[in-house]
Design a protein around this ligand. Structure first.
Ligand code: PQQ
Length: 253
């Protein structure tokens, strides 16, 4: 019998997870360079806001799917804050409502954006794949897949700076979503990382957790590829949002 492969040390395994982000996180996607560098047209920004809304809207659903599988009250207690962060505790509060403020700032009707009509099929497949992954895979893989948030504070800070610098629509209200995430995400991810390091206690479990994080980087990257093909290269697929649709009627607003 071949001897069991030893797990990596906690430090080495954490370094392995961080290396996945350094190589594959969507901050390296050319769409983000274009967005943060001020090179997106207003319609490219709108397309990003519409498609990214779909991701935002599914995050609390995936967290609810996760919690429904957890039998440890302590883990549920730590996790449920994520749903409140996105849904708020009152109507008009929370991350989803803040995202819709951004939608309004870029000239989109928030009611249109909230329907998710016009979302690219590529976005839908990627995001629905993430929700399904969290529903079906092990709890360790589910938590590990959330660890892309290790890399999110930097991209949120870059985004606030880049949008404020380059786009007339950007102000504190429009960007409140990102500013709030700067304080919300680090606590979530510190908890998630410690949980993964504690529970990935065999080489096989470490491999599974690393594969889950890799999968999640693909979920994020694929959304931007779909966006780039449709709106930068101009191959808008049937059924997807077209410039001019879903705009705020400023005269009536
Ligand atoms: O703007 C971004 O690049 C970005 C990335 C990610 C991510 O890494 O999945 C999240 C967010 N933002 C975010 O705002 C957010 O609430 C969030 C939750 C999760 C998750 O997987 O549970 N990821 C992310």
């Amino acid at each position: 019998m071949t001897p069991a492969r030893p797990p990596q040390s906690r430090e080495d395994f954490e370094a392995r997870l961080r290396a996945i982000g350094a190589e594959r996180y969507h901050d390296r996607h050319p769409f983000h360079a274009r967005l943060h560098g001020g090179d997106c047209t207003p319609d490219e920004v709108r397309a990003w806001v519409i498609n990214r809304y779909y991701y935002q809207s599914r995050i609390p659903m995936k967290d609810a799917a996760f919690m429904s599988r957890v039998d440890d009250p302590a883990l549920r207690r730590a996790w449920r804050k994520r749903m409140e962060d996105h849904d708020g505790s009152e109507a008009g509060e929370g991350g989803i409502a803040r995202w819709l403020k951004l939608a309004r700032a870029v000239g989109l009707d928030p009611d249109y954006v909230a329907t998710s009509d016009g979302v690219l099929a590529g976005t839908r497949f990627a995001v629905d794949g993430y929700v399904r992954f969290v529903r079906e895979m092990s709890l360790l893989e589910a938590v590990a897949s959330s660890l892309t948030e290790l890399f999110a504070p930097k991209i949120h800070a870059d985004r606030i700076e880049g949008l404020l610098k380059h786009y007339a629509f950007a102000d504190d209200a429009a960007l409140s979503y990102f500013r709030k995430r700067l304080t919300e995400a680090p606590d979530d991810v510190a908890f998630g990382l410690a949980w993964v390091l504690d529970h990935a206690d065999t080489a096989e479990r470490q491999d599974a957790a690393a594969a889950a994080l890799t999968f999640k980087t693909d979920v994020l990257w694929t959304q931007l590829d779909a966006l780039w093909g449709a709106y930068v290269e101009g191959r808008i697929p049937p059924g997807a949002w077209r410039p001019g649709e879903g705009l705020l009627d400023r005269a009536a607003a």
